[in-house]
Design a protein around this ligand. Sequence first.
Ligand SMILES: NC(=O)C1=CN([C@@H]2O[C@H](COP(=O)(O)OP(=O)(O)OC[C@H]3O[C@@H](n4cnc5c(N)ncnc54)[C@H](O)[C@@H]3O)[C@@H](O)[C@H]2O)C=CC1
Ligand SMILES: O=C(CO)COP(=O)(O)O
Length: 331
Amino acid sequence: MTRAAVLGAGSWGTTFAKVLADAGCEVMLHARRPELAKSIAEDGENREYLPGIRLPASVRATADAAEALLDADVVVLAVPSQSLRDNLTGWAPLLPADATLLSLMKGIELGTTKRMSEVICEVTGAGPDRVAVLSGPNLAREIAEEQPAATVIACTDTARAEALQAACHTPYFRPYTNPDVIGCELGGAVKNVIALACGIAEGLGFGDNTRASLITRGLAETARLGLVLGGELTTFAGLAGMGDLVATCSSPLSRNRTFGEKLGRGMTVAQVQESTRQTAEGVKSCRSVLDLARAHDVYVPLTEAVVRVCHEGEAPAQMVKEIMSREAKPE
Ligand SMILES: NC(=O)C1=CN([C@@H]2O[C@H](COP(=O)(O)OP(=O)(O)OC[C@H]3O[C@@H](n4cnc5c(N)ncnc54)[C@H](O)[C@@H]3O)[C@@H](O)[C@H]2O)C=CC1
Ligand SMILES: O=C(CO)COP(=O)(O)O
């Protein structure tokens, strides 16, 4: 039986712990706060992040990282992207030597512009073949309710990807393998930025044409950057590209889209941040995605626009004017 440690007991970490358990794994879920670990262990539910969802008995919870990681075959990382390096530095000495390290995170590190798998390799010293990424149209609440969805597991080592695929395949969760780690991570990080733009449009009162235009041009922007970085075009047309982009940009469950919608309705970034404790990765990653694009001379006008609204005080209505009045060009 596969033994998995899930580090991060937020909405996605907790949901994925349930998926692994439903697929037959023995799971240790690690929460930072002892009181949260205790309440998950006692109630069989994460009332803070996933209220109303019963967790299988094979999910156990602890605030002790050493206990969570003991004899783990698979270590799942599910903390906010910008906190990964610090968290992982503490966990690295406790990692079992050959465990597969699986990232659920969708962000690019500020300052270094590194993808999460790159941060994992750097901090742990693991080779890239030991590190995998899971990404796709996977809004946590829907998966926790066992609504059918597909996803992608990307790893350069096919045998590890297939082992992970078997470890999380359930009647409601269908993983596909893909060797393109770069494309999957880029797709996941950039779609959060585009979802912010879609939310802003929604908040300004715009409808389906606007959203479809942003999704389509957002995908063009993602693929332009992803190809330069070494991703595959087919990945951007797949679940971790278009699939995730469509789900996140369309769903009121998305924290990034909701964040953007509040901005579009007139709230400031600080006000929106105060109104939620959940992670909207795109707010930070829009800057690192832009830095990455500039370093590779790639044109990313929607990301630029989101950075202006989130970090330079531009009004959402002005952002729309600027996007629409750019020089006309072929598609
Ligand atoms: N929620 C979703 O539907 C999905 C989320 N993801 C990705 O999974 C990653 C984790 O997201 P969620 O579980 O949704 O986030 P969340 O905001 O629900 O939970 C984050 C968890 O990380 C912990 N944490 C550890 N160190 C932290 C720090 N320094 N600052 C703040 N929190 C810290 C928190 O205590 C909390 O348990 C993100 O990269 C997100 O983009 C990916 C797919 C679906
Ligand atoms: O990544 C997600 C769905 O695939 C979740 O999106 P949000 O972080 O915007 O909620």
